[in-house]
Design a protein around this ligand. Structure first.
Ligand SMILES: Nc1ncnc2c1ncn2[C@@H]1O[C@H](COP(=O)(O)OP(=O)(O)OP(=O)(O)O)[C@@H](O)[C@H]1O
Ligand SMILES: [Mg+2]
Length: 342
């Protein structure tokens, strides 16, 4: 299903929660929706599913407005974080629920449920009761139940957030595999940035009821539209500076850069800052993280964070209090205009 949301405003109990959301999802696309708690992610997908009234704006499916279309006729299905399985029923009856509502023939239902159980890697689990399952197994049943409704748009509201890292990974891969095999248009809400970057064709970042940016994982990471987007995807060093005559200057140096003359801030990721021989900076902290280490340094550019591999840290021989020089990799910097200071 091709989904097109424009200028969507939604109020809950008199407060506007979505302030004009625009989002397009292509047929068969996988979009991950990220953003701080309370920014409106669940509100957005519940509006798409027809569970909330919209104040203004439009939601279209394959070019047709969904205004007035009841939830069960939208071709959408949500898997909620708390799953909402029927605990007293068997796995089979949970998955078969939507088919029973549609009065599909029993033999056909049985075949579909068997196939879905195989798809979610739970063959032979039909007779189990929900309370006899592990958390990860319940999540797979919830997924199978959603798929049994033959949605054209699958909406996943953090369904894996209660799982440990290994199972989360496995569920993510499973969803991606099912998405590919079935060509199912999918929107996944997650708090896990890496999960979003790994699984999605495009990632949308929300803040305060708006979408800040939507782009491919590479676009949103390497070409963030604002400082807020850049900061969401990991630490950044913000280096205030000036552009003049095709060069940018800041406390970490001057390099050629085709910017309009004026005040700019360069955002540089910690992995794109290097310790080099020289002075100027003092190591104020070292966080050893296993494969990598994060150094904080103080000097003319203020506090700067620099990431290195653990091996490189050992080779550098730096410790807290050491003096060093610093260089930024200009090719990886992103620039944000400083308002009103041009
Ligand atoms: N039924 C409701 N009535 C009034 N306000 C609500 C209701 N449900 C949610 N809200 C408010 O709407 C805002 C957006 O909530 P929403 O659940 O969409 O956020 P979210 O991005 O999904 O957050 P989380 O990541 O914590 O799930 C929040 O400020 C929340 O307090
Ligand atoms: Mg939510």
């Amino acid at each position: 299903m091709e989904l097109s949301i424009s200028e969507l405003r939604v109020c809950l109990q008199g407060t506007e929660i979505l302030h004009g959301v625009d989002l397009d999802v292509a047929d068969g696309e996988f979009v991950a929706l990220l953003g701080q708690s309370g920014c409106g992610k669940s509100t957005l997908i519940q509006s798409v599913a027809g569970l909330l009234d919209i104040r203004s704006g439009e939601i279209r499916a394959d070019g047709r407005s969904l205004a007035g279309v009841p939830p069960e006729r939208r071709g959408t299905v949500i898997v909620f974080q708390n799953l909402r399985l029927f605990p007293h029923m068997t796995v089979f009856d949970n998955i078969a629920f939507s088919m029973a509502l549609k009065k599909r023939p029993k033999a056909e239902t049985a075949q579909v449920v068997e196939r879905l159980l195989e798809d979610v890697q739970l063959p032979g689990y039909g007779r189990r009761r929900i309370r006899e399952l592990s958390g990860g197994q319940m999540q797979r049943v919830a997924l199978a139940r959603a798929l049994a409704a033959e949605p054209r748009l699958l909406l996943l509201d953090e369904p894996f957030s209660g799982l440990n890292e290994g199972l989360r990974d496995e569920m993510g891969r499973l969803v991606k595999k099912l998405h590919r095999e079935k060509g199912l248009t999918t929107v996944l809400i997650t708090h896990d940035r890496q999960e979003a970057l790994r699984l999605a064709d495009r990632v949308a970042l929300m803040q305060d009821g708006r979408i800040l940016q939507c782009g491919t994982p590479e676009e949103i990471f390497w070409r963030p539209a604002s400082r807020a987007v850049a900061a969401y995807f990991g630490k950044i060093n913000c280096l205030p500076g000036r552009a003049a005559g095709g060069a940018f200057s800041c406390a970490l140096g001057t390099w050629p850069c085709p910017l309009e003359d004026g005040a700019w801030t360069a955002a540089v990721r910690p992995f794109d800052v290097r310790a080099v021989p020289g002075g100027g900076y003092t190591v104020t902290g070292i966080d050893f993280l296993g494969e990598t280490a994060e150094l904080t340094l103080a000097g003319p550019a203020g506090a700067v964070t620099c990431s290195v591999t653990a091996g490189a840290l050992a080779d550098m021989g730096l410790s807290v209090g050491s003096r060093t020089g610093l260089e930024a990799d200009p090719g990886r910097a992103v620039y944000f205009k400083e308002e009103g200071t041009a």
